[in-house]
Design a protein around this ligand. Sequence first.
Ligand code: T1G
Length: 695
Amino acid sequence: MSQVLYDVVDGIARITLQNPPVNGLGFAVRKGLVEALDQAEGDAAVSAIVITGNDRAFSGGADITEFGTPRSGWHPGLRTVIEVLEQASKPVVAAIDGVCLGGGLELALGTHFRVAAAQAKIGLPEVKLGLLPGAGGTQRLPRLLGLEAALDLIVTGRIVKASTLANTPLFDRVVETPVVEAAIEFAKEVVRQGTPLKRVRDLKINQPDAEAFLQVARRNIAAANKNQPAPLLCLEAVAGCVSLPFDQGLVNERELFVKLMGSPESLALRHVFAAERTATKIPDIPADTPLRDIRKVGVIGAGTMGGGISMNYLNVGIPVVLLELTQAALDHGVGIIRRNYEISLKRGRLTQAQLDERMALLSTTLSYEDLADVDLVIEAVFEDMGVKEKVFKALDAVIKPGAILASNTSGLDVDVIAGFTKRPEDVIGLHFFSPANVMKLLEIVRGAKTAKDVLATSIAMAKKIGKKPVVSGICDGFIGNRMLMSYRAAAEEILMGGASPASIDKALENFGFAMGPHRMGDLAGLDISWSIRKRRQAENPDVDLSVVADRLCMAGRFGQKNGAGWYKYEAGSRTPIVDPVVEKIIEDYRAEKGITPRTYTDSEIVERCVYALVNEGARILEEGIALRASDIDVVYLSGYGFPLHRGGPMHYAQQVGLFNVVRAIRRFAAQSDKAAEFWQPAALLQNTEAGQALK
Ligand code: T1G
């Protein structure tokens, strides 16, 4: 099937891109475009040319699937296509609807005129892939929008509606009507009036204090992007607009683009882009699996999780029935939801009308009977199997056939929960992360009997509510929390070995973690993990699971929630302050264990904690709990603050080299008094050949 269609309507050549899903500008499209332009130029019956896509996409940019393959370098390159456009002797009009992003917008900037649908999505999001617009965007967009507005779009990668740029030289028309017809009419008008062709390259930048502006921008961008080189190089490319002739500006842009394309940060960001989308593809679930219709949702439990979960569905216009045991608990839960919306309203992220609309979609009840018509019910009650049993038996008695029954459990066995019902095929785990209305990660826990359409529907609904879904099998802690336990155990070993909480946190925060394990523990509440440890200890009385954090909890130190945990906190402040009391508790604990403290370098702290993550991730992969290494990356990036520019623990390990990771793990094993299996390198890490990807 040709990826570029050509026809002529009343003397206007219409060139239509046809490369689903988003008209990526792959080799076939680039070549077809130039051939079509040559055909139009050579056809005396053609007086003007309109280029378009479809209502989903004009073009989503360069074809990302070609990156790193020879095709991305096959001629004609995108810059050549744009030059052919710009040098055409006949008027070329872009008819833009849907997404017009990256190379897609750069393509449109090469045309002489642009007509856009008001709702079209416009942007140069290359920076989010660790790149910069590499086909003239940094030179042409400032010539149309001015230096400041163009730089903002390029450095932030923000996507805006065409209607917000209607009164700028970027668009000759912004229409609410069908854009192709509008563009054809506009082209005819240009021909009738003999309007001179506008080549963006000929426009001048009007920015009197350009250098001063760029200097300030340079400082701000550098300060805000310590781990990502792309934003600053975007600025340096744009700076070429004012300091270089156009063609030199293109050369400068290209050199910076090539530099970023080869950077580890861009490799990581492109890996994440693909990983998030791959995670939604399940090998034994056909892409066209019919989905169950989810028009109404029930949530059991109006606590922090239940309230946050409810908001996700209210936000996309799906009515929610919230059930609790008492009216007081319901009122409290609804109050939290309203307060969260009011905070968004204050921050300008929500209008009053949207707030009212969402609250109107929320209803409450004390009776399970009121859930009889929901299509999906999510249980978010206390993490205890006995409580889950009561809830799921009650649900099984009233929920209509065909509805999905989900548990928000963070680690209990979903198969056991499914067994409380007569319909295990309709049961699934939807593990949200707190705060559930904010955190992007959603672990979708597939039970042995979970029906395929239930899983497919759960993935589709996750995307609809803006989550990043990852399917997990059943084990203690699923994917993320199981890895977190290993990460914390490695940190605990370093702490016992002589490092302080603050030095461990600093090393990991310098590596890029949003928060080190001790600050994270204080934020989450040390009592929560303490109760989980006590549950596990009760289940395994013959194993000593005690850790120094138990001593903090016994001393009533639960973290930020009561002003003292690993650190102490001034009233009303979240700033961690090193506390000599904690240092004494740790010293005493070391003495009890007969440990002679030693120093740890930052790099050893990072290696131990990150490789413990990687090793556990590899085990999870071996056991089939996760489908792919990249799924594990999505979990740890979206739910646990792993630094985005490192691509996730499994991607990072492959960049370091699995050989080196295994060698370090063996070194830790030799130094450790932990149970041997903790630092036993996973077979997958040992057996993956050099150059092979972790699978
Ligand atoms: N190339 C190829 N495939 C793409 C693509 C692209 N540019 N963008 C998206 N896809 C695929 C995606 O992988 C998925 O595939 C499907 O389309 C739907 O995507 C020289 C070098 C366009 C806003 O950064 O932001 O141009 O999973 O699930 O939520 O300067 O995709 O179905 O097999 O995200 O509706 C610059 C990246 C490239 C845009 C659509 N462009 N894409 O979002 O669906 S670099 C971008 C997006 C560049 C030049 C440089 C989004 C979207 P599959 P989706 P969506």
